[in-house]
Design a binder for this molecule. Structure first.
Ligand code: OAD
Length: 232
């Protein structure tokens, strides 16, 4: 049944003003590295040291980063309606949690490690390497707990249930180029949700949104949250 649920999808753009580079903006991560070299299971099988180096660096950068006003505004919103504000993030940087929000991590988290052999998960050390052993089965098959291209994102059933029952779907700082997240707006709209896009510029999915709020997330998100709380 449709209530007052708001589903908020976040992407790299919400963390840009915290100093973490996005993937596809000018000079972004995918301009510096080839996806096929660092973000696929095949890349890890071929050259685990390179893949670990890439994520070790990103883990160190995320550990240094602080949430910005956009993350804090979402925490404020979730504190008012804890059962009705669902944050789904493609980000692995942990900034929603640092700001005090709860988020569903569909692409994993830099702070977690995963055993490719037995699927055990544990807190990742600051630096991972290919000789690290799984604390559960002892195999040297540990990898970052990150969803790579060609793998199934996490929590899809839970996310689908939220999309089908939300009154509003909001996407913040995501280019709409990576599925399944890119398709969430259409899924929510089909089920009757109002849709809002917050981004610096048009995304590949802009056409699917009812409302567009353009500008940096650190400005636009707090303003949107203020308006929503004032109208409640
Ligand atoms: P992208 O780098 O593809 O897109 C970032 C989006 O944020 C763009 O649409 C920008 O216009 C917007 N943006 C940049 N700075 C902003 C700001 N200050 N305020 C508001 N918007 C801003 O990042 P994602 O869409 O998150 O997956 O990428 C999706 C997935 O592709 C990632 O989770 C990652 C990547 O490959 C995996 O690694 C599996």
């Amino acid at each position: 049944m449709r209530g007052d649920k708001i589903v908020i999808l976040t992407g790299a753009g919400i963390s840009a003003e915290s100093g973490l580079g996005t993937f596809r903006d000018e000079g972004g991560l995918w301009a510096q590295h080839r996806i096929e070299d660092v973000a696929t299971p095949e890349a890890f099988a071929r050259n685990p040291e390179l893949v670990h180096r890439f994520y070790n660096l990103r883990r160190a950068q995320a550990a240094e980063a602080e949430p910005n006003a956009a993350h804090h505004a979402l925490t404020r919103l979730q504190a008012v309606w804890p059962d009705d504000v669902v944050i789904v993030t493609q980000n692995v940087d942990g900034l929603h949690e640092k700001a005090g929000s709860a988020a569903i991590h569909m692409h994993g988290a830099l702070t977690r490690a995963l055993c490719a052999k037995c699927d055990a998960r544990w807190d990742a050390p600051a630096q991972m390497c290919r000789h690290d052993r799984c604390p559960h089965c002892g195999t040297a098959a540990t990898r970052p707990d990150i969803v790579w291209f060609g793998e199934m994102p996490y929590h899809m059933d839970e996310i689908a249930a939220h999309l089908q029952t939300c009154a509003m779907f909001v996407a913040i700082g995501t280019s709409g180029q990576v599925y399944p997240a890119a398709g969430f707006v259409q899924e929510a709209a089909l089920c009757g949700a109002a849709t809002v896009e917050i981004n610096m510029r048009d995304s590949d999915m802009s056409h699917a949104f009812d409302t567009h709020l353009k500008g940096p997330a650190s400005k636009v998100v707090p303003q949107w949250v203020d308006r929503l709380l004032a109208s409640a």
